[in-house]
Design a protein around this ligand. Structure first.
Ligand SMILES: CC(C)(COP(=O)(O)OP(=O)(O)OC[C@H]1O[C@@H](n2cnc3c(N)ncnc32)[C@H](O)[C@@H]1OP(=O)(O)O)[C@@H](O)C(=O)NCCC(=O)NCCS
Length: 170
């Protein structure tokens, strides 16, 4: 069990450490380790932009020692025609997998959604990312299709599921 809260600008340093580790641990995220070179200022700016928008957020998962062990980003659209939708991305440190932290991050997303202006959240996941796919289905995301050869990992082109959750009440 972890505590989930929204990121604040002074989490920048800890978020850099977390994301740096995640990009080294997994090939299922968008960046290769060498492509992630933030400064504390750029990371604080990243947090600031997400926390000020009413269709974006960054949630952090903290263990009992207040160490950040996972995060979820919700990146809302920036035009009138896309601001009702957001792309979700997340990562949990591998030593904490399978403890329900991914689920807790989605639970927090669903608590926050009604106070946002979002009607749709979407994500993509590699077809071989069985853990993520099983979590997303469990959290109510539906497969909309397969994006062929959508991600390139060590020269291999991998298909991704396009998935979404549409909030009809908003
Ligand atoms: C995907 C990720 C966020 C899931 O986090 P997590 O904290 O392990 O998630 P949870 O423990 O809440 O749930 C994982 C679910 O996958 C299931 N699962 C575990 N191992 C699995 C496996 N090998 N194959 C299929 N499903 C598996 C679990 O059973 C669990 O479902 P359950 O609670 O119904 O049993 C995490 O594994 C991660 O950060 N992976 C690397 C980065 C990544 O893939 N990000 C997503 C990019 S799209």
């Amino acid at each position: 069990m972890v505590t989930i809260r929204e990121a604040k600008e002074n989490d920048a340093k800890a978020l850099i450490v977390l994301r740096g580790k995640l990009f080294k641990e997994t090939t299922f995220l968008l960046l290769e380790p060498d492509e992630y070179n933030p400064t504390e200022e750029s990371e604080a700016n990243f947090i600031r932009i997400f926390s000020r928008a009413d269709n974006s957020s960054i949630f952090l998962a903290l263990n009992s020692d207040s160490k950040i062990v996972g995060f979820m980003g919700v990146a809302g659209g920036i035009t009138n025609r896309t601001k009702h939708r957001a792309t979700v991305f997340l990562g949990v440190l591998s030593e904490y997998w399978g403890q329900g932290i991914g689920k807790q991050l989605f639970d927090q997303l669903f608590i926050w959604l009604p106070q946002s202006c979002l009607s749709r959240v979407e994500l993509t996941t590699a077809v071989n990312n069985e853990r993520a796919f099983s979590l997303y289905k469990k959290m109510g995301f539906q497969v909309e299709g397969i994006k062929k050869a959508n991600i390139s990992v060590a020269g291999e082109l991998i298909d991704e599921y396009q998935m979404s959750h549409v909030i009809t009440d908003n």
